[in-house]
Ligand binder design. Sequence first.
Ligand code: SF4
Length: 457
Amino acid sequence: MLQTESQKVIDFQSLKDNIGRFNLSRSNKTILIPEMNRIGSHMLAATFRGFGIQSVVMDTFKGLELGKAYTSGKECYPCQITIGDILYYLKQEQKRLGDRFNANTYIYFMPEAGGPCRFGMYNKYQRIVLDSFPDLRAVKIGSLTTTDGYSLNGMVDDMQASNLRKAGYLSVVVSDILDRLLWRIRPYEKEKGMADDFIETSMREMEKCFETYGVCKQFDKILDVLERIIQKSKAIMDPEVPEKPLIGVVGEIYLRSHVHANQNLLRVLENHGAEIVNASIAEWVNFTTYERLRDAKTGLRFSLKQFRINDIKDHLKNMVHFAGDLLYQQAKQGQVYKRVKSILNLEKDHKIKELENVLKKNNLFSFDVGTEACLSIAGIWQYAKDGFNGVVNVYPFTCMPSTITSAVIKPLMNDLGVPYLDTPYDSSFQPGREAAIRTFMYQAYQHFNRNGRQQHH
Ligand code: SF4
């Protein structure tokens, strides 16, 4: 049983000592990975295992009641879900292992952002919750942060850090592609369930690939298997099923990726006749690298004005570092998409620079403000201009960046005549949700019948 102390004093030292980057190589610890997007989490865990780091993906959403019990209701919905996931997992482990349970052998993996919204504080809050259970205090929170572009320095040996980062990034891109493949083939499947079964089997196959080939950087072998999967998937599609309206999905990364949290929104849209393209996870990773490069450029401008030599050197060093990372990521992503698109036309990703240009050119928003709103506003605008038949913004109730997105983009979508739907979620079920989705899809069909649709590019 989990036990909590009745009187809790926040241990600030624990926030320093028990959150951060802990060396994972040569340790006997198990990394606990939360399941945000299912395929991505499993692929990342497999990549870690390939590098000799024990890692498991925790079941998700089974501990929601625990998550609600240990939050006040003011936190964002993903925070409640993830707290529930970790408490549920550890509780199960305590049951399974009894006296052999040792909290010291687990590292809970929870990336963070430097703000400006509440994401910057999730792992601190989760630390306070874990510390309130005497028998869970030794569970560390391993954290990567956007403030250094998710660097792995200090978590694995220097020699391995760069290879793990590269293999990890490829696992993100490949997971995006498997997700996009599912949304591409499922609306046209010959028999119900074929696409889901196929993607599940393919995910397992790709997991093995990452576990085997990731560590030795044999990325071509991984991509050969991916190509074969894409080729095979074509047989699932029924050529007799007519083309459907194309719907773009954007929003907060956790909600748009987590099928339980968004109450299976993508499938519901498909049931009402949509073909979906959801924003990718790699887009967010590229964005965080792009932002760090941007910060370094801004810092350089200021330090040049003030003629601070040491600062100039630091900013230049950062610029070279993040420019190199971004170049690598976008080149790798482009290369993978090129290979798969020669077999099946999946939608490619926007380049972050192009999204910033869209915002500037149309005077919509500024990257200076930051947050996912930069990606969502520009992404929605681009979908509309590219001939998508409708766009859905999915996010946790009260999410700051997504609420900004909605406020900026809604009137513009009206002017452009493209159907648009906001779908905020918490753990409650909205009675009007189905009607709102039906109405949206009716409008999307009208748009589709009038304008046809964009072909994937
Ligand atoms: S992005 Fe939205 S949901 Fe996530 S922490 Fe920030 S405000 Fe909360």
